[in-house]
Write a protein that binds this ligand. Structure first.
Ligand code: G3P
Ligand code: MG
Length: 231
């Protein structure tokens, strides 16, 4: 298990197709299903790194408004699904089983500094930090050289390989919509891994791995499993 064992099956927002996304029960379910790692999204709110995808509360909680406007007490009182609160990053890391990796996606602004600082306390964890915000990610990398980083792309960019090189990235994390053989071969030349999101169909997962991808993010780690992919 962990980020060293290929192919990688990464539970997207925990196991978002099976349990409320980005909640502790969702992460626990992903661990039980044998994922290599879990992926989660972080924002900065009430001086804490909180695990939630959107910058607003409506879609995944019973709250309203912007996550950044909340005080800690209000934030903690919200239901993020199944009567679970929005977790703090530290809570997820505290109960991460040994051998399971974690991909922290810097989703919100101003997350690089607190994440870089906070993660120095966890040198033993198998971590990957990613972001669509390549400047925020570069800032994180500048502050913390120990933790592996990965730029995310949902649209291809001509300067993508420059971004990869500048970041000394461990992997390039791509939307399924844009992945192709040329990109995968170029990633191999750069000596980096290719992780594809979000792959909920086992046959599609098999296909991208055959093309040379390193791993997939899935909402259904009960169907897209390492056992099924290594059969
Ligand atoms: O990191 C892969 C994936 O989580 C990126 O997209 O919108 O689900 O955070 P999103
Ligand atoms: Mg994400």
């Amino acid at each position: 298990m962990g980020l060293a064992d290929l192919p990688l099956v990464i539970g997207h927002r925990g196991a978002a197709g099976l349990a409320p996304e980005n909640t502790l029960p969702g992460f626990r379910l992903a661990y039980e299903l044998g994922v290599s790692a879990v992926e989660l999204d972080v924002h900065l709110a009430a001086d804490h790194l909180v695990v939630i995808h959107d910058d607003t509360l409506e879609r995944t909680t019973d709250g309203r408004g912007k996550i950044a406007s909340l005080d800690l007490q209000t934030l903690r009182s919200l239901d993020a699904g199944g009567e679970s609160p929005i977790p703090l990053l530290e809570e997820v890391l505290a109960e991460l089983p040994q051998g399971v990796g974690v991909n922290i996606e810097l989703k919100g602004p101003n997350t690089a500094v607190p994440a870089a600082k906070f993660l120095t306390a966890f040198p033993e964890l198998d971590l990957l930090v990613s972001s669509f915000d390549h400047r925020e990610l570069a800032y994180f990398h500048h502050l913390n050289h120990e933790v592996r980083v990965a730029p995310l792309f949902n649209r291809w960019r001509r300067d993508a390989w420059q971004i990869v090189e500048d970041l000394d990235a461990w992997s390039i994390n791509l939307s399924l919509k844009i992945v192709n053989q040329v990109i995968i071969e170029e990633a191999e030349k750069h000596g980096i891994k290719v992780l594809i999101y979000t792959v909920n169909d086992l046959s599609v997962a098999r296909q991208v791995l055959t093309q040379g991808a390193t791993g997939v993010f899935t909402d259904y780690p009960n169907e897209v499993t390492r056992a099924a992919l290594t059969d």
